[in-house]
Design a binder for this molecule. Structure first.
Ligand SMILES: *[C@@H]1O[C@H](CO)[C@@H](O)[C@H](O)[C@H]1NC(C)=O
Ligand SMILES: *[C@@H]1O[C@H](CO)[C@@H](O)[C@H](O)[C@H]1NC(C)=O
Ligand SMILES: *[C@@H]1O[C@H](CO)[C@@H](O)[C@H](O)[C@H]1NC(C)=O
Ligand SMILES: *[C@@H]1O[C@H](CO)[C@@H](O)[C@H](O)[C@H]1NC(C)=O
Ligand SMILES: *[C@@H]1O[C@H](CO)[C@@H](O)[C@H](O)[C@H]1NC(C)=O
Length: 412
């Protein structure tokens, strides 16, 4: 193009001025190598009233795992057919893999239905967790207007691992789609973390976020110490929630009093291998305490991972200063039928607003009873994230297209 530089500059300025009108979403990219993966959570807002099993099927997730990740009671009869309300915010457990050098969840497939468009699939059905462009690229779709009904699409979803730690403490990362009215401060408050921590994790230069951006929120969690050959190696459970493992035989919880993973036999009626600790009459999760003159003799039978279909157990005895009290479990809630306020199920602290499709988001008052105010945590999040990376490619592309259009316009 043989244009005088000032002309290009003018176009660039015009282009930059027009930027706020176009919406480019940022998301946090974590580079990776190797084939390791980690558990992660997707923050998902239901686009319609959906059964528990339908929400789970959308993400090819286990319905029971979806429920336990949200501390929803699984003992309710026929819980998988319970209808959850549109606008409900759920944490969907997913496996965060390493694909093409970046962290993403690549286990979700979606079968297109009549009237679906890439935009409706991305923005409505998957609630902004994927962009139309990402779906188009992941499936090498050349003509997005010609989606076949019943076509199976890979839906790449954002996730991060960062070694399942935050500030060297166990953490699980929630991929959160920013909604209108959200601020980093309000998000930090509702997730009991700090603005600095969120900025570090997401490599943000300033705490500016825009609707549609996807940020990684570290949630304090309980880590497991299972051997690498266990099929549930690397299990991490977010504070205040549960996880189901070992073919639905074992249920592990985290919090509220401490961040030690606590596993017990699951209450589901399934046939399971023995959950009794060898050489003892203790079952998984049983703790006996015997006061002695030297302190309290505590024996516990704990879960050691799922190996070749066998539930591994470990019996440990230790002398502790005080005898432990009864184990406290994170509170469980009945399956929601209406939007809940003031629980971690509620969406971000944004004002009530209409969503495409008529769904409503719930406001969340900050400082809700379930979480204590964030403590002053040291400000050195995991490194290696680059929140700008995602924007660079489409931006360049659009810049070129834009200049081209302007040149044509100016010529006329
Ligand atoms: C990952 O976390 C583990 C503890 O969970 C720690 O021992 C290890 O050094 C960490 N690795 C990196 C690369 O940070
Ligand atoms: C875990 O959750 C409980 C209850 O929500 C809260 O009181 C506690 O401070 C949390 N622990 C951490 C380390 O965030
Ligand atoms: C041992 O664990 C089993 C299964 O969780 C439970 O039913 C039983 O009450 C526990 N026994 C003791 C003594 O804690
Ligand atoms: C602690 O309890 C275990 C099992 O109840 C017993 O085998 C052990 O001898 C006890 N140790 C002490 C120091 O009392
Ligand atoms: C699991 O079973 C396979 C074959 O049955 C065996 O080769 C492998 O060593 C077992 N792994 C462990 C950790 O026991």
């Amino acid at each position: 193009m043989e244009r005088p530089p000032f002309f290009l500059l003018l176009l660039l300025v015009l282009h930059l001025l027009s930027l706020p009108l176009l919406s480019f979403s940022k998301s946090t990219i974590e580079p990776c190598t190797g084939s390791d993966s980690c558990p992660a959570l997707l923050g998902y807002t239901l686009y319609a009233d959906l059964k528990v099993s339908e929400v789970a099927a959308l993400f090819q997730a286990d319905p029971i795992a979806v429920l336990t990740a949200n501390a929803i009671d699984i003992s309710v009869s026929d819980v998988e057919n319970h209808i959850l309300p549109a606008g409900l915010f759920l944490r969907i457990p997913t496996l965060c893999s390493c694909s093409d050098g970046i962290r993403k969840s690549v286990s979700t497939r979606y079968k297109t239905r009549p009237a679906d468009t890439l935009t409706s699939i991305a923005n409505s059905i998957f609630a902004g967790l994927a962009s139309p462009d990402q779906i188009r690229e992941a499936n090498s779709i050349s003509d997005p207007s010609a989606l076949d009904i019943g076509q199976t699409l890979l839906i790449p979803l954002p996730c991060t691992c960062f070694n399942s730690t935050d500030n060297n403490l166990p953490a699980i990362y929630l991929s959160y789609v920013v909604k209108a009215g959200d601020t980093v401060t309000a998000i930090a408050t509702s997730y009991s973390t700090t603005v600095t921590d969120i900025m570090n994790v997401n490599a943000m230069g300033n705490p500016a976020i825009r609707p549609g951006d996807i940020i990684a929120i570290p949630l304090p969690a309980c880590a497991s110490m299972f051997p690498r050959y266990a099929s549930d190696f690397g299990l991490v459970v977010a504070n205040g929630s549960y996880s189901i493992t070992a073919s639905h035989c074992v249920q592990c919880s985290c919090g509220p009093g401490n961040l030690n993973l606590y596993c017990t036999p699951a209450s589901l009626a399934v046939s399971c291998s023995s959950m009794q600790c060898r050489n003892s009459n203790l079952m998984l999760g049983n703790v006996t305490a015997q006061p002695t003159s030297a302190g309290c003799n505590v024996t516990s039978c704990s879960y050691g991972g799922f190996v070749n279909g066998t539930i591994m157990t470990t019996l440990t005895t230790s002398l502790q200063p005080r005898c432990p009290g009864q184990h406290q479990f994170p509170p469980i809630i009945p399956p929601p039928s209406t939007l809940i306020h003031n629980s971690f199920l509620a969406p971000s602290p944004s004002p009530v607003q209409s969503q495409p499709g008529g769904a409503m988001t719930t406001p969340k008052t900050s400082g809700s009873g379930t979480f204590t105010p964030p403590g002053a945590s040291p400000a050195n999040g995991p490194s290696g994230s680059m929140s700008e990376a995602a924007i660079v490619k489409p931006l360049k592309h659009i810049l070129v297209v834009f200049i081209f259009c302007q040149v044509r316009t100016f010529r006329l």
